[in-house]
Every structure is written in C-alpha cells, then in structure tokens.
Design a protein around this ligand. Sequence first.
Ligand code: ADP
Ligand code: MG
Length: 377
Amino acid sequence: MHRGAPRLSATAGTVPAVSLRRVTKRFPETRLDDEVVAVDELDLDVTDGEFFALLGPSGCGKTTTLRMVAGFEFPTEGSVHIHGTEMGRRPPDRRPVNTVFQSYALFPHMTVAENVAFGLRMRDVARDEARRRVAEAIELVQLRGRDGAMPGDLSGGQQQRVALARALVNRPKVLLLDEPLGALDLRLREAMQVELKQLQALLGITFVHVTHDQEEALAMSDRLAVMDAGRLVQVGTPAEVYERPRTRFVAEFLGDANLLTAEAVDAERVRLPDGTVVRIASGRSAGAAVHLSLRPEQLDLVAAGTPVEPHLDAVEGTVARIGYFGSAIEYDVALDTGGPEVLVTARLGNARGVVARTVGERVRMRWTPDSVTVLED
Ligand code: ADP
Ligand code: MG
C-alpha cells in the first residue's frame, strides 16, 4: 500500500480531507490581555492522503487551528469541513479525526494495551475486534511485547508511540499531530520523523502535523503551510516554499536567506546598488525597489576574474569569514556591490570541484538567474 510520489496539489474534483474557509478565532479580552485574534481568516485545503505540515513560530496560531479541526475549539467565524462535511459545533468524539499531543497524556495507572484500548472502549467496539485492533496498533508503532508495561516504565519516545497507537486504533481519516516530537531529544526526534513518515505512507491516512521546526516540516511533509500572526503566508511543497519564498518572513524563517535590495529594470532584470544588472526569475514593474532572496547553497564561488558563462550571473567580492562544518563550508562574502555580507554554502563530499577559499581572497560569486527570488515584502 506504499504510496509513491508525494501529491503536489489537490486534484480537481476530489474532496479535500480538511478544508478551512475564512476561519477566524478570537479569544475574548481578559483581565490581563486584550482580545487576541489567534487565527485570522484562514483558507486552507488539505488533500486526502497527504502529509501536511503547519509551520510557524510560537504563538502564530498553529495549535488553535488544529484544535478547531479536532473540535476542541470552534471558529468565531468561518467553517471547517472534514471530507466534505461541515463540522459546525460537533464535539471531538464525533469527528473522524484523532489528535496526538506533545504531552503524551497517557493514563499512568493503565498498561500500554489499556491505554491504546481506551478509545475503543468509549466507542463500544466488541471485545474480540478491540483486542485485534489494539494488537495491530501496538505492532504498527513497534511496541510489540510491551503491551503490559506501564507508561512510567517507558522512555519518552516509547510513550509517544503509545500515544500514536492510541490515536491510530480508532482508524481516523485524519490524524492531527501537535508538535508530537517536541519533547524528544534531537537524535530520537530525527528517527521518529522517518518512522512517522513511513507510517503515514503505509496507512494512507491524512496527517496534519504542527511544528515550529522548519527542518522537520521540510523533511516530513508533502506540502506545508507557513503561518505568521494568525495568517497563512505561503502554501506549497517543501521545495516550492524553500526555493521560492513569497515574503521576507518565509525566506528568513526557513533556513538561511541572503536578502539583497535592488531596483527593478524590467520584468526580467534588476539593478544592484553599484549598478550591476542581473536577471531574476519573475519580476516587478520598472523602477520599483525590490528585495531579493538568494539561498546560500545556490551560490557558487570561483576565483575572481573567472569568465562567466552566458547562462549565469556573477558579482565579485572578498571572503570575510570561513566556517568549516565537515559536510559543508560556509563563507561570508563582502560583495563589491555593497550591502550586507552574503552567505555562501558549499557542500563537501560529492562536490569534488569545491576549492577551499581563504579569508581575504578575491572571489567571484555566480548563480543561475532562476535562483533569485523577488519577495513581495
Ligand atoms: P502556536 O500553537 O502557534 O504556538 P497558539 O494557537 O497556541 O499558537 O496561540 C495563538 C495565540 O492565541 C497566542 O497569542 C495565544 O496566547 C492565544 N491563545 C491561545 N489559546 C488561548 C486561549 N484559550 N485564551 C486566550 N488566548 C489564547
Ligand atoms: Mg502550539
């Protein structure tokens, strides 16, 4: 049942697994706080069967969004549909979704098997059927043999697996995960990222995964949405969002970005502060001041004066700093065009052509025009 290529977009005619329409959530004024607009006119479609990540800094409204899908909160305005059915004020147990939280929220006095079976008991599933499904869920999260263990005897990673099994046992159409790996240390988190992704592909269930960790969102999702201050800023595949950030916020939140200012010459070219004209992927009206984003790994350093092939653009500068990271080398380059120093990352290992530069060396930095993104703000 393994699914092949990730789905890149909603197929016309299919009903989205989750659909939010102009969803706003306001929390009323309290003694300490003014009214909070936690989610602000959110429109979002999650395709059936996809691994969808909701990414943004702390406080941007991710949890509130997820809780409105789960039914723990209701929108102040707008609507939530799951597989085409409007949820209205339906409570969580009457929605075809389950939630896995960062705090595992296991019952400490129940065994692993009892914790996993809990939701089925609530739903009056027949005993034999329940036993079979509990065993299956425990197997899925690779905890076979630990059925009788108490949560307190398990590691954090194992406890999170129990929480996952407890959600999967209900066979939800959509699994909601709110920073499920946030409490785990880095090694375990990375291992669990791979496992969760494999599990999702195996089961074909739609996952909506909330995280503030950009690498996690990029590594795991078929598509991701970047949120800022209650709003959706950009939705796309990891490559689309990383390589074509729409705004400065997205460019800076996801990885390292070099932001340059320039002036639009025409739809295909911009002028850097020193007058150098370079090409861009897509443009603005002439004369407008624009911000450009250039990813460090899309830049290439060669010796100053190296001829530039016609399909490339280039500027010269001086190496100001070098950082060696084993698998990569980072250079800060002070450009002759002025502006802030530019970060250039060269991957080592299979890139045999990489030549180590030295601080103070004169270099030429070159790139293909499609790696220059014009930001909207
Ligand atoms: P995230 O999960 O992205 O960190 P949240 O959805 O938890 O963000 O919170 C978004 C905003 O809504 C924050 O400003 C938070 O303080 C506020 N908020 C969340 N829940 C409540 C609540 N129950 N009452 C009042 N304000 C809340
Ligand atoms: Mg949260």
